[in-house]
Design a protein around this ligand. Structure first.
Ligand SMILES: Nc1ncnc2c1ncn2[C@@H]1O[C@H](COP(=O)(O)OP(=O)(O)O)[C@@H](O)[C@H]1O
Ligand SMILES: [Mg+2]
Length: 277
């Protein structure tokens, strides 16, 4: 399913992770080695209703293991962009390549194996009776052997520090615990990319800080949509600023999140940690 590099003088080198689960791409051209784009979005335009585009000619590329914040005022198109990247809406124009796989109707299952999507509302993600069953759901659906399912559930719960609640019924979880369980349901598929919509919404300061530590320890390529600019500053190295469905700025997190004028022009405010300084 990997794209073949057709240009004769390019050599593709795959660097496998220790568990052999995935690979980073480098393209060698003569003496130069450059990292290949892991996510490629080109000229992406989308409308829910005819003649009312919600995303307008969006293009950006990301390398493997980058963590990118997607910021913008309410209605800017952040959630819509994430939905498109995991194939929840397919009537777009332009092209989407995730984990080096072109997104189309035929390979949605593969795309969703590689790309984990964490809903803004954890209740939309958790629908089984207890934590184990929810985290095991996707690997079971992909018909992995039981021993592998158990191992993946255990690892995913360890990654979000929720092992103690493995057998807890979902309705007995707090909001913060539900968010971590929702993230574990995605991690159990060992995705290469994580898409997260407003992950810090409705978390108290301690749960929010805990989530920041957990996300920063995850190796995946992450796209985090949020209007919590302090959270973005603590988790992302790069930021895309969206306004009315267009990318207004694409730069380092510090550069964008400290630009008071740019933020105010786009109905945002400096992160609290900076406005106090
Ligand atoms: N299912 C939908 N049908 C029609 N319009 C929608 C739908 N979902 C979102 N929109 C519209 O798309 C625009 C972008 O919404 P959204 O992606 O949710 O923005 P954000 O996440 O940045 O707040 C808004 O104008 C919103 O009203
Ligand atoms: Mg949103």
């Amino acid at each position: 399913m990997r794209k073949t590099q057709k240009t004769a003088f390019f050599i593709v080198i795959c660097a496998y992770r220790a568990d052999g689960s995935s690979c980073d791409y480098f393209i060698q051209k003569g003496n130069q080695t450059m990292s290949k784009n892991f996510i490629e979005i080109n000229a992406l335009t989308f409308a829910y209703e005819k003649n009312t585009p919600v995303l307008n000619n969006i293009s950006f590329h990301a390398h493997n293991h980058e963590t990118i914040g997607i910021v913008g005022a309410n209605g800017a198109g952040k959630s819509t962009l994430l939905k498109l990247l995991v194939g929840l809406e397919l009537t777009y124009q332009g092209s989407i390549t995730m984990a080096d796989i072109d997104l189309n109707r035929a390979n949605l299952s593969l795309i969703r194996q590689k790309t984990g999507y964490v809903f803004q509302d954890s209740n939309s993600q958790l629908f089984m009776s207890n934590v184990y069953e929810d985290v095991a759901f996707a690997p079971r659906n992909y018909q992995l052997p039981q021993a592998e399912i158990d191992a993946r559930v255990n690892t995913a719960l360890e990654q979000v520090h929720l092992s103690d609640l493995k057998d807890r019924q979902i309705y007995k979880l707090s909001g913060g615990e539900k968010k971590l369980a929702a993230i574990a349901t995605v991690l159990s598929m060992k995705p290469d990319i994580m898409l997260m919509d407003e992950p810090s919404a409705a978390l108290d300061p301690k749960k929010r800080r805990n989530l920041i530590h957990i996300l920063n320890a995850l190796p995946q390529t992450k796209l985090i949509a949020s209007h919590d600019l302090d959270f973005i500053l603590d988790t992302c190295s790069r930021v895309l600023l969206l306004s009315h469905g267009e990318i207004i700025a694409d730069d380092t997190a510090e550069k964008i999140l400290l630009d008071k004028t740019l933020l105010e022009e786009n109905n945002l405010e400096l992160p609290l940690s900076y406005s106090r300084k």
